[in-house]
Design a protein around this ligand. Structure first.
Ligand SMILES: O=c1ccn([C@H]2C[C@H](O)[C@@H](CO)O2)c(=O)[nH]1
Ligand SMILES: [Zn+2]
Length: 132
């Protein structure tokens, strides 16, 4: 699974977005250590704060299937430039990706930024901050 294929999975996931309020569909796909792919879309709610972003949906699907070691994630939306994940998703991604874990941000035009979770959330709060 290369970056382009992972992006394609994210584009397909975007078609399942449940976005009756924002009308802003987002798709994501994560690649796990054991080379499995899990896709996610944003899922909104009439109680707006309960919305789950595409990235978190994909991560939680992977973890709940027993694959918590994520090596890469792709995110796509119809943005001017590459989509920028929200703070909550950056924190959740930092839990399951290594600091140098690949984050591929793109849009429907194909503008792509490939970065790392450490770049997106330097100094993230992590387990090492409170476990001995
Ligand atoms: O990276 C992002 C940014 C936003 N959203 C969703 C949340 C909400 O449903 C909609 C508008 O914020 O887009 C995501 O899923 N991922
Ligand atoms: Zn988010």
């Amino acid at each position: 699974m290369n970056d382009k294929e992972l992006i394609q999975k994210a584009i397909e996931a975007r078609n399942n977005a449940y976005v009756p309020y924002s009308h802003f569909p987002v798709g994501a796909a994560v690649l796990t250590e054991n080379k499995e792919v899990y896709i996610g879309c944003n899922i909104e709610n009439a109680s707006f704060g309960l919305t789950n972003c595409a990235e978190r949906t994909a991560v939680f699907k992977a973890v709940s299937e027993g694959s918590s070691n994520i090596t890469a994630v792709a995110v796509v939306a119809d943005t001017d430039g590459p989509v920028s994940p929200c703070g909550a998703c950056r924190q959740v991604l930092s839990e399951f990706l290594p600091p140098n874990g690949k984050v591929i941000l793109t849009n429907l035009k194909g503008d792509t930024e490939t970065t790392t979770i450490n770049e997106l959330l330097p100094g993230a709060f992590g387990a090492e901050d409170f476990y001995e």
